[in-house]
Design a protein around this ligand. Structure first.
Ligand code: FAD
Length: 367
């Protein structure tokens, strides 16, 4: 049985940033089934101002700034008419948000990781895991089908919403599954959309969110398709665009439309003793409307790296315990992010009960 000190499972934003933020002399093994660069469409695009500092410490902020689009705010439309706008300006940092395709952010993180002398074992999956008290047994499958048993001192699940680490460690993932038919694809937009903004179209039965990926008209389109419609997904999408755009918006698909089910779920714990940890979507998933998932995955990763680095130097377990405590606070923040999904619903926009907080009201006035 091979011995591993620290096994990181998954190389999305969480696994890549964790690997890069751990001290260079730490023995780290990072495995991942596949890079998300291979996905046909983009997932996360929005980078919150607070995340810029983390990208700086990962060494990729300059590259991100060169390639990203500045996101000044969110323009909300109700039944095709502009309702209001929300600024993304963060007075604390003096920054707006940025938009860059998650696949590109992952490529930049992976390139930086290699420059720092660490690499990812791609095409390698965790298929079984057993917490044996003083170590964790991990069963690993290679792309050629061969299976290996590893004896690991610590395992971190950065393996996304369907996390094998979380399931095999029997950590509950309670929460809610939404009934709506969520979709995502990349599109080319022609029409009078104000540049530098995310555009959020809400109707009684459907929702269309357009986020700029560059300044050449490429957007990520996501949202919810209307229920009970017939025809191909592309036809349903085009009808929905016509409804929200009122004939003023031309949207051409660049990738196939993918549908998915949206969840809001939080793991019961982020840590089992000092042997098993969860990070990123493995620990929490929620509707992408708030644009928080990748940002929180990066925060978790940097927080856990700090805890593991301090523990390696001092051998004091309180540093590992602090990881769970700090993420507990993030959990609470997440709950309000989940609730935000409902505040952007047709009914709440219509009745004007959204943007209830003072901070949001001030931000609207700034625009
Ligand atoms: C349509 C959509 C839009 C989104 N928009 C935004 C947005 O605007 N802003 C935002 O912040 N977030 C957004 N998100 C959420 C964001 O994509 C996720 O929160 C983010 O990818 C989480 O990163 P992660 O590293 O935790 O997990 P993931 O990115 O899911 O990475 C998990 C990795 O683990 C690997 N893996 C899985 N199982 C195993 C296994 N058993 N063994 C080995 N490897 C394994 C996978 O191949 C993958 O590489 C969006 C998500 C969706 C679906």
């Amino acid at each position: 049985m091979q011995k591993k000190d620290l096994l990181i499972v998954g190389a999305g934003p969480a696994g890549l940033s964790l690997s890069s933020a751990l001290m260079p002399d730490m023995a780290v093994t990072c495995i991942s089934e596949r890079p998300s660069q291979k996905a046909s469409h983009s997932r996360a695009t929005g980078i919150q101002p607070r995340t810029l500092e983390l990208l700086h410490s990962s060494g990729i902020l300059d590259a991100v700034r060169r390639e990203a689009v500045t996101l000044r705010g969110n323009i909300i439309y109700l039944d095709g008419e502009r309702l209001r706008a929300l600024s993304f300006f963060d007075p604390a940092s003096g920054e707006h948000g940025l938009s860059l395709d998650q696949r590109r952010i992952e490529s930049l993180l992976a390139e930086q990781l290699e420059r720092n002398g660490r690499s990812i074992e791609w095409g390698t999956s965790l298929v079984d895991l057993e917490d044996l008290g003083h170590f964790v047994r991990a069963e690993i499958q290679r792309e050629n089908g061969s299976v290996e048993q590893w004896r690991c001192r610590r395992v971190v699940g950065c393996d996304g919403g369907r996390s094998a680490v979380r399931k095999l460690a029997k950590i509950e993932f309670p929460g809610h599954t939404y009934e709506e038919r969520s979709f995502v694809l990349d599109v080319l937009v022609q029409g009078a959309l104000e540049p530098g903004y995310m555009h959020f179209f809400v109707g009684k039965e459907s929702r269309l969110v357009l986020v700029p990926l560059n300044d050449r008209g490429t957007f990520k389109a996501s949202g919810a398709l209307p229920p009970g419609k017939t025809g191909t997904l592309e036809q349903q999408f085009r009808e929905m665009v016509a409804l929200h755009g009122r004939g003023r918006l031309s949207v051409e698909p660049l990738t196939p439309l993918t549908t998915y089910v949206m969840h809001a779920r939080l793991a019961d714990t982020f840590r089992i003793e000092d042997r098993i940890f969860l990070c990123g979507d493995a620990a929490h998933i929620f509707p992408p409307n708030g644009g928080q998932g990748m940002n929180l995955a990066l925060e978790d990763a940097h927080d856990l790296a700090t805890a593991l680095n301090l523990f390696a130097q001092s051998k004091e377990r309180r540093h590992l315990e602090a990881y769970s405590e700090r993420r507990e606070e993030a959990r609470r923040a997440l709950e309000s992010v989940c609730a935000a999904k409902d505040r952007y619903s047709y009914e709440s926009l219509l009745s004007g009960v959204n943007f209830a907080t003072e901070q949001e009201r001030i931000r609207q006035e700034e625009l």
